[in-house]
Design a binder for this molecule. Structure first.
Ligand code: GLC
Length: 560
């Protein structure tokens, strides 16, 4: 085992390394069915080792009817045939560990598939012992009474459209589904259900799995009295979901009690980690709400995704505010986590960089030089943009339902571009989602070993992070800088090391007067040392102090 995985010194794989998210349908297909699988991923582990990542978060690979592409699980203890078998997963764990790479599985514990045996039992009769593992309600009977179906208990809506309550004809009650109607919500208030879910975690930890990403962790507990959500003014055609404050269908205080129990289960297996998805109200950034899932910092989840970087514009001030907000909210014993793209959002290359490679380089520099764990989404390291999906090829239920108002999530899920050959080196068959035509520049083969490419830039930054404690362990603070420049210092007292990062978000050159002696500074990123110039004063910056000129979109990492 490499030094990293055995945890040499105070290196902790999930804190100090870089984690990499894989959407397994789209990473590598070994059997030409057009869908990625675990054996395909095993064949690509050398690539990930070379990239330098310390762990992989694998989106769900469990048996599933795939109504929501694996986020609807029908068996929590096995692997879906489309991805391989349990033995493939075990082999993945072994082979990854040999390369110093850990494996994080995606646990969808807010709901199961309606095909899960637990739900089949639960819906078989009102007095089935598993009935209470899900959320049922008789509804509200109107004055006309008899013969009429009661109304749903409240105004809750499903995130993917329509009402959140589905009438079950056979047993004459509604069940709750905050996503698709084929994704019934669990009742976390039932202790047996919690016990069964915790045993699922033990099952995977016994097989050597190193951690879990918990899907929509802020949804697991709902208001005990089923109160209706208050109305919210929001221009959200055609999705009425955003026209509610989700005050009662999620984010209930009991979640924290349950997560404390869950943490105790994880702590039975040393070095295991967890990261929660805290699904925000559209456009509302609440750093404190996200950080609350860390509890006191060591008694709930190890990490929680703060999606504020998904709502910013490509502006230095926006990033500064989002980062500062997050750092201030995370409890002292907690640990931040940063993410630019994932399988639910438009990719950073499209959303933030507008297809501009220099902007993407800057964003990768920003992501990989933060305090806290960076999660890199597969393909971001080569600058993959969102794919264009014709209506006839749409797969995501959100895209299918809301076309043409909402593109759905397929654009961010297209196959990994390994080469510009047929099937992008991803498959010999027909890929499940279309591969863009012009990928001559945007593929692993054409960027590998090419200095200045996004791929080599990413590798270099991951290496820097591993070799400099200031980056992996150090503190973070903002530096004074002109409007278009985001500058911050990372420093580690134990190593006596300081690193400064300066990012010019503007397409114009920018003068910056740093507060350190840059004459002695060393540039670590693959960028030329900027020219040193006498510049006139700007704001509170010193008059006629020599400054440096950052070229347009320049991203610099200095050791000072
Ligand atoms: C999370 C997942 C998303 C899924 C949803 C329902 O938001 O990231 O992909 O569709 O939960 O499970």
């Amino acid at each position: 085992m490499s030094e990293q995985i055995s945890g040499g010194g105070d290196w902790c794989w999930w804190k100090h390394g870089v984690l990499y998210q894989i959407y397994p349908r789209s990473f590598a297909d070994s059997n030409s069915d057009g869908v990625g699988d675990i054996p395909g991923l095993i064949n690509r582990l050398d690539y990930l080792e070379e990239l330098g990542v310390s762990g992989i978060w694998l989106s769900p690979v469990f048996p599933s009817p795939m109504k929501d592409f694996g986020y609807d699980i029908s068996d929590y203890r096995n692997i879906d045939k489309v991805f391989g078998g349990l033995d493939d997963l075990q082999k993945l764990v072994e082979e990854a560990h040999q390369r110093g790479i850990r494996i994080i599985l995606d646990m969808v514990f807010n709901h199961s598939s309606d095909q899960h045996p637990w739900f089949l039992e639960a819906r078989s009769s009102r007095d089935n012992p598993k009935r209470d593992w899900y959320i049922w309600h008789p509804g509200i009977s109107g004055p006309k009474g008899k013969g009429r179906r009661p109304k749903p208990p409240n105004n809750w809506r499903a995130a993917f459209g329509g009402k959140a309550w589905k009438w079950d004809e056979a047993t004459g009650e509604y069940y709750l589904h905050l996503f698709l109607e084929s994704q019934p919500d669990f009742n976390w208030r039932n202790p047996e259900l919690r016990g069964a879910l915790f045993d699922v975690l033990r099952h995977w930890m016994n097989l050597g799995v190193d951690g879990f990403r918990f899907d929509v962790i802020n949804f697991i507990v709902k208001d005990a009295c089923f109160r209706s959500n208050p109305y919210r003014l929001h221009w959200a055609l055609p999705r009425r979901y955003e026209q509610q404050h989700h005050a009662f269908d999620r984010t209930q205080p009991e979640s924290h009690e349950f997560l404390k129990d869950l943490r105790k289960v994880l702590d039975e297996y040393p070095e295991t980690t967890s990261v929660g998805e805290v699904f925000p109200d559209e456009g509302i950034i609440d750093h404190a709400a996200v950080a609350s899932y860390l509890g006191g910092g060591s008694d709930e989840l190890h990490m929680a995704f703060d999606f504020s970087l998904n709502y910013v514009k490509f502006r230095a001030a926006d990033f500064a505010a989002a980062l500062k907000g997050q750092y201030e909210a995370v409890p002292e014993k907690g640990w931040p986590v940063h993410v630019l793209s994932n399988h639910d959002q438009s990719r950073a290359m499209t959303r933030l960089a507008g297809g501009n490679t220099a902007k993407m380089k800057l964003l990768l520099t920003l992501l990989l030089t933060q305090r806290g764990t960076p999660f890199l989404y597969y393909g971001d390291e080569i600058g993959m943009p969102d794919g264009r999906i014709p209506r006839s090829r749409l797969q995501d239920p959100v895209g299918v339902r809301y076309w043409p108002f909402h593109p759905g999530r397929d654009p961010a899920r297209t196959p990994m571009q390994w080469s510009d050959g047929t099937g992008a080196g991803f498959t010999d068959g027909e890929a499940w989602l279309p591969i863009p035509k012009d990928i001559a520049e945007t593929n692993v083969k054409s960027q590998r070993g090419v200095s200045g490419s996004l791929l080599e830039h990413t590798r270099k930054l991951i290496r820097l992070r591993r070799n400099h404690r200031a980056l992996s362990h150090g503190f973070w603070n903002l530096l004074e800088s002109p409007r278009d420049v985001l500058a911050y210092r990372r420093y580690d007292e134990a190593a006596g090391e300081t690193i400064v990062v300066a990012l010019n978000f503007s397409k114009r050159a920018c003068h910056w007067i740093p507060d350190f002696h840059f004459a002695k500074a060393m540039v670590l990123s693959d960028s030329a040392f900027p020219s040193v110039k006498e510049v006139p004063s700007t704001g509170s910056q010193n008059k006629n102090h020599p400054g440096i000129e950052l070229s347009p979109l320049q991203a610099l990492v200095f050791k000072v």
